[in-house]
Design a protein around this ligand. Structure first.
Ligand code: HMG
Length: 447
């Protein structure tokens, strides 16, 4: 069977940055360590007033096409994953194609375009769609362009405000990929949940604490479903495990859950039993409350073991590096986690070709998905190209004062009609260029 997966990708961050411990924390009257240690975040990326989901998505896609020497004829579909769309009918992919057609001679008239919505998991669902399209033999040798783009803003003073972010990840899905091959096996955990939603509103209604419980419950279900098709997983099966990362503290909780689950009835559990005992089993407890309390105690002990900490430092911690500096990018977040892991492998001279990644995607509402990815031979060259540009982009972001942050938040609030001066000067990128006669947003490329 031909291998299908991610051939290449590029990341585009919003051009502004909010320093959480030094700028946001003092203004909120909070301890900076709540952000750096508790949530695990140093900063959030923000869009300048000329940036939005279209500009960031088109800029990521343009950079990807330029680097890979592609023209519009090479692309057979453009799927955009977003939960920040401003149009209920016309998909963001048409706006992105319109941008790209300004800078290429050809056009995307024969590419199938769409938009996927399921909170943060939509980016991974677009990968699925592209995979299925290629495997079904419908691609005519062309690749799919998948763009995950979001401005993840919360209402001012919502607890989620600390986890905001903005940026896009553009991925090229193709046969014989250079970066990672996607597994045919997948596991799902999906249920009708009301933890985080945007019913006819720009900013989400969030039950933050519940959203974390739902994330863990659905992720566990997805892992069990994955194992039912791929066989039992073992923590050492995966070189890295990139999770959807709304903030690194969430991944700390997901990682210990996954570890506990996958070591059950293995020699690792038996080895650890000498130190912390065996995992509690439900059948040994009269009621669920007693069992849950015993599990909490076991998890605390497990987290303190050297064996778990070594696994976490090697397999999970490296996936969080980009997230710490940019916040939650919703649909793009799990793809940033994969990127962080691969950059870490390149920086530490790890020979990753042929190794597996275990990928845990999640979207509120809610659905988790688990699949594996096999790292391809061309991964190192790919990741070096991405990482050089990413480092520059992150370093060049404009550092917001708190007053500027408030103004930028207002400028992106659809209910407020405020003009804000640009804080950065666009260069070689697409920018928002005002409104058209039917209320459409217009864009132009700035040299
Ligand atoms: P909060 O109530 O402001 O924070 O909201 P907290 O008081 O719970 O503190 C957060 C952590 O910092 C805690 O760690 C504290 O102990 C610690 P934990 O106990 O959980 O391990 N902490 C400190 N640590 C060191 N020094 C200190 C200190 N103070 C506190 N001084 C919350 C946190 C996540 C609820 C909020 O930010 C929120 O509502 N965020 C948005 C929702 C969210 O991100 N949920 C995550 C799961 S759902 C998801 O991932 C989907 C999503 O991406 C959307 C989609 O799918 O589209 C959000």
């Amino acid at each position: 069977m031909t291998s299908v997966g991610i051939d290449a990708f590029e990341i585009w961050t919003g051009n502004l940055v909010l320093d959480l411990p030094n700028t946001f924390a003092p203004a909120q009257g909070e301890d900076p360590e709540k952000y750096t240690k508790g949530l695990g975040l140093n900063a959030s990326s923000f869009p300048d007033s000329y940036e939005d989901i279209v500009t960031m998505g088109a800029n990521a896609a343009h950079r990807l096409m330029e680097r890979k020497g592609l023209t519009p004829e090479d692309i057979g579909r453009i799927d955009v994953a977003t939960e920040s769309s401003f149009d209920k009918s016309k998909p963001i992919s048409t706006y992105v194609a319109g941008c790209l057609e300004q800078v290429y001679e050809g056009d995307f008239h024969h590419a199938n375009k769409g938009e996927r919505k399921f909170a943060c998991i939509a980016g991974t669902q677009c990968l699925d769609d592209a995979y299925n399209w290629i495997r079904a033999g419908r691609s005519r040798g062309r690749a799919a362009l998948v763009i995950a783009t979001d401005t993840a803003l919360y209402e001012r003073d919502d607890p989620g405000e600390a986890t905001q972010g903005a940026g896009a990840v553009a991925m090229l899905i193709d046969e014989d990929p250079n970066l990672v091959e996607l597994s045919a096996e997948q596991g799902y955990g999906s249920a009708d949940e009301t933890d985080f939603l945007k019913p006819q509103q720009q900013f989400p209604s969030v039950d933050g604490k519940r959203s974390m419980q739902v994330y863990l419950a659905r992720m566990r279900e997805a892992l069990e479903d994955y194992e039912s098709v791929a066989g039992a997983s073992h923590p050492d099966d995966f070189a890295y495990v990139p999770f959807h990362t709304p903030f690194p503290g969430m991944v700390r909780k997901a990682a210990v859950l996954a570890y506990r689950h996958t070591i059950r009835d293995t020699p690792i559990e038996a080895d650890l039993a000498e130190e912390i005992g065996r995992q509690p089993r439900r059948e040994d407890f009269d009621d669920k409350a007693g069992y849950d309390e015993a599990i909490r105690g076991y998890v605390d002990d497990l987290k303190a073991t050297e064996r778990y900490q070594t696994w976490y430092e090697t397999t999970i911690e490296p996936t969080l590096t980009i997230s710490r500096e940019v916040g939650n990018w919703y649909t793009g977040s799990v793809h940033l986690a994969r990127a962080s892991a691969l950059i870490h492998a390149a920086e530490t001279d790890r020979d990753l070709a042929g190794s597996a990644l275990g990928v845990g995607s999640y979207g509120s509402g809610a659905q988790a998905e688990v699949h594996a990815e096999l790292v391809a031979d061309g991964w190192h060259e790919e990741i070096e190209a991405v990482s050089d540009h990413l480092d520059d982009q992150l370093a060049e972001r404009y550092d917001l004062t708190f007053t500027e942050y408030e103004a930028v938040h207002d400028a992106h609030n659809h209910d407020k009609d405020v003009e804000t001066a640009e804080l950065t000067t666009p260069s070689r990128e697409f920018v928002f260029d005002g409104w058209g006669r039917m209320g459409e947003r217009k864009y132009r490329y700035v040299e």
